[in-house]
Design a protein around this ligand. Structure first.
Ligand code: ATP
Ligand code: MG
Length: 178
């Protein structure tokens, strides 16, 4: 099924804003191509895990930027925080189950180390991926990318309602944003 990730993201952000009033959220959309072919509950989990991490691993008062944009024929969502950052040697291991950065700053913060492994798996199911940019003590940006859906129709929206159908995002129909 097709979902517009913009309303999805705003409702997730809104919920986190209420529960985490000490973080400042900024949500920006730089493209009109915001449809994703996928499972809404799983996508909600992806964004929830990443936003929770951004909150957890950054100090009160920190900004969290969520940006939706288009690049290299992909739809991207970047979640940027001003937190602890990630040591370079840990970046490759973050998506392994139960891996957590092992230093005193991180150990104080609870977690099981499963969130990112789940994100990685869900992104794979959506023919997408996730990448990390981070600088220790400055912050991190986690970027998920999806195949770009340039257009869609109500007819097509009903189809491909399963995961295997997601491999074929070739629905290029006129856009209705006139
Ligand atoms: P949980 O299963 O509750 O999500 P977790 O947050 O420890 O536990 P992951 O979300 O998989 O597990 O993250 C793995 C590790 O990656 C974290 O323990 C932390 O060390 C590091 N990490 C994840 N996100 C960030 C971030 N935004 N900034 C800094 N470090 C991060
Ligand atoms: Mg986590």
């Amino acid at each position: 099924k097709y979902d517009d990730i913009v309303p999805l993201l705003s409702s997730i952000i809104e919920a986190h804003e209420i529960n985490h009033p000490n973080h400042v959220f900024h949500f920006q959309t730089k493209t009109t191509h915001t449809m994703v072919l996928g499972d809404k509950d799983k996508l909600t989990q992806v964004f929830t895990n990443l936003i929770n991490n951004a909150i957890k691993y950054s100090p009160d008062g920190g900004n969290i930027y969520v940006t939706v944009y288009e690049e290299e024929s992909q739809l991207k969502v970047a979640i940027k925080d001003e937190g602890l950052g990630i040591p370079e040697e840990s970046i490759d291991k973050l998506f392994s189950k139960f891996y957590r950065v092992d230093n005193s700053d991180y150990r104080k913060i609870g977690g099981t180390g499963l969130g990112l492994a789940i994100v990685k798996e869900i992104m794979k199911q959506h023919d997408g991926d996730i990448s990390i940019q981070s600088k220790l003590k400055e912050g991190s940006t986690f970027t998920v990318n999806f195949p770009l859906v340039i257009g869609y129709s109500d007819e097509e929206r009903g189809k491909n309602g399963n995961l295997s159908g997601m491999n074929k995002v070739n629905v290029i129909i006129v856009e209705d944003d006139s």
